[in-house]
Design a binder for this molecule. Sequence first.
Ligand SMILES: *Cc1c(COP(=O)(O)O)cnc(C)c1O
Length: 362
Amino acid sequence: MTDLSELPLRDNLVGKRPYGAPQDPVPVSLNVNENTHPIPDGVAADIVAELERAVRGVNRYPDREFLALREALAGYLGHGLAADQLWAANGSNEVLQQILQAFGGPGRTLLSFTPTYSMYPLLASGTDTGWTPVERPEGYALTSEFVAAALREHRPDIAILCGPNNPTGTPLDREVVVAAYDAFDGMLIVDEAYHEFDAERESAVSLLPGRPRLLVSRTMSKAFAFAGVRLGYLAADPAVIDALRLVRLPYHLSALTQAAATAAIRHSAEMLATVADIRDQRDRLADALEGLGYRVHPSGANFLLVGGFADPTATFEALRAQGILIRDLGIEGHLRLTAGTEEETTTLIEAIAALGPGGARG
Ligand SMILES: *Cc1c(COP(=O)(O)O)cnc(C)c1O
């Protein structure tokens, strides 16, 4: 067998590590921000019926423009959007990759505010786009002045604002999006993967009219409890959608994916019924951890970034040994915990409490 270092790999991929959150089959898996509730039985039955219909047509290629799905997504987002302003791919990661393929590439740059989603730099290197990380201020919240100054200084071709931000949970104010858009002339992506957990805050979708360089990405992987299907989507000006058509692979969304996602969106209210409970569990987890002396960062998502661990890696391993998987992102003193069901959250709180102050017995 050949070693990777002996292959003529592209220079900008040398030394890179693949995305690799552990996928242990543990009883309490709270490390990749999934919705841990199963989808309702009635919805599952309707999806199966749609899949059955789709299977009988798989001798043919699927609808390359997935129009029924785009219409369903436009209806779900509201704000008067039409199907020609919607796009989708196999997870919002693929949508982001297509945006970088179309608007990034050699000699161009992507800027974001760190700590943020670990896939952004990987997608940049995969498309040979330069990566410009700008560290967030203390407490992680972005202000209009801070963001505008960074964009004026660096003038990136593409910028991503993640709101609520992964892994910090920090909500994103709409004034910050407006200020960012006005501060540079590149493409501005707002990654709203966790928007449904923070739905009192108006989505950046409402800012689309008159802003042709604004792109709002969403996913069915988190609140929608549909991570296994792989469906992410984007709302933007129809011209942006035309640009993405230049780089997408033909028939990139399978007939089965289109059928499952279209059926699920028909049941969006039932699919999102667990959001209120997940937010309650997140708040209960926050109160419990603050009571144990940890620092919990404000979160608008289904997870918490928590500081005050004496040795985060040791705590991560101690919990993993008990069948509880959380996330160690290499942020000093911190771990990221997803809010699960009531039972999972109780198990997590009790296990952390049992480790003693600072998770020290980790
Ligand atoms: C989970 C996540 C995504 C979604 O990924 P999919 O490819 O849609 O599963 C996108 N952005 C952020 C910030 C995320 O945390």
